[in-house]
Design a protein around this ligand. Structure first.
Ligand code: ADP
Ligand code: MG
Length: 353
């Protein structure tokens, strides 16, 4: 997970205004009602909302529950779950399971928890689906670019060396012993492209267990929604315009699904007029160039997060074909600014004129 600078966090406030996806609260009730069946308000439901910095980014939780105590308990449990997963998965925390796996690269397999194992298994599945576009072995290259902490363009020689350590097929999972082994010393797993979605999924499940009837988990640009809002309507989600700061590209009403966006507009730097951003093409170890932004709608936030990153690398043509094959949804802004919407989302997504 990326540890962002304090400056970045300040820029991120108010928390949703600068996230890749923002809830679209400004629509009038009349507009909402023309688009869906009359809403059934949840009887005497209350809504509670809280934001906290976790996983190096702003996390915002909203809970709808029969009473204030349950709503607050759901929020606390959700944050607690994300904090727990951060301690397990963050490669910025030396004692995390993944840091221990990375430190043992080339030496020995490391036993991990069921959750860490499940996350890595999922990540390798998505790597296969995206033909290697999504690649958690990208660690050594991501460290070289170091976006946004201390960004610079690495030399060809540095990238050539890093290229020897970024093959995800050299990550070996042993399901019987539940161990992870990185084949070469110098390899480093980086779950920056899947960890936030994975955590959002778990947090939503915990909030529901505690008694929330509906909720929204927003971990930066990774959203997981469940149930309805207190007035019985779906959760309106906005997708940011990748080139017009503070402008919404499109909106969709969402319930019981995940919506994740990966873009080149939030963590980047400009040098000699060229935009260098944090999603790397594993083949070149340069920033991926085929998209400006990719939003994926999927039943699970771990899938949505990883696929958004992977599709960004694959590009609009291959990426959209994959989404159609999986039966998920996507909104892709290609390198020229063209907007593509997958078949399942065409009737749901409203593009901003
Ligand atoms: P964000 O973290 O801004 O929500 P993403 O979900 O797209 O955006 O994840 C980007 C992060 O994933 C990078 O900061 C880096 O840690 C990691 N990463 C970069 N390139 C890749 C890639 N090709 N595959 C998997 N992870 C990547
Ligand atoms: Mg991602």
């Amino acid at each position: 997970m990326q540890r962002r600078t304090v400056l970045f966090l300040l820029v991120c406030l108010p928390f949703l205004a600068s996230c890749a996806i923002v809830p679209w609260f400004k629509r009038t009730p009349q507009q909402t009602q023309t688009q869906q069946a009359p809403a059934k308000p949840v009887p005497t439901a209350v809504t509670a909302k809280r934001a906290q910095v976790l996983m190096g980014t702003m996390v915002e939780l909203t809970a709808v529950a029969p009473n204030e105590i349950l709503a607050q308990a759901a929020l606390s449990a959700g944050f607690q779950e994300i904090r727990r997963l951060e301690a397990l998965l963050s490669t910025w925390i030396e004692t995390s399971e993944l840091s221990i796996v990375n430190a043992a690269a080339g030496h020995e397999p490391v036993g991990v928890s069921e959750e860490t194992f499940a996350l890595l298994k999922r990540a390798l599945e998505v790597a296969d689906y995206t033909e290697g576009g999504f690649n958690i072995a990208i660690g050594p290259a991501a460290r070289l670019w170091n976006i946004p902490e201390a960004p610079r363009v690495p030399s060809d020689m540095e990238l050539e060396i890093a290229a020897q350590y970024v093959d995800y097929r050299n990550i070996h999972l042993n399901p019987t012993r539940r161990t992870v082994f990185l084949e070469k010393p110098g390899m480093k797993i980086d779950v920056g492209g899947i960890g936030k979605g994975f955590a959002a999924e778990k947090a939503a499940a915990v909030m529901r267990e505690v008694g929330a009837l509906g909720g929204l988990v927003a971990v930066s640009g990774d959203f997981r929604v469940f149930g309805k809002r207190a007035d019985g309507t779906a959760w309106p989600v906005g997708i940011r315009h990748p080139r017009r700061d503070g402008t919404i590209l499109a909106t969709l009403d969402s319930t019981d699904e995940a919506v994740s966006t990966s873009g080149d507009y939030e963590r980047f730097f400009l040098q000699d007029g060229i935009r260098y951003h944090h999603i790397l093409d594993p083949d070149t170890l340069q920033p991926a160039r085929l998209c400006q932004s990719v939003t994926v709608v999927a039943p699970d936030a771990g899938w949505a997060d990883a696929l958004a990153t992977g599709l960004f690398v694959m590009g609009p043509v291959k990426g959209m074909a994959l989404i159609e094959r999986l039966g998920f949804g996507a909104v892709i802004v290609d390198a020229q600014g063209g907007i593509l919407v997958s078949s399942r989302l065409r009737s749901r997504v409203k593009l901003t004129p």
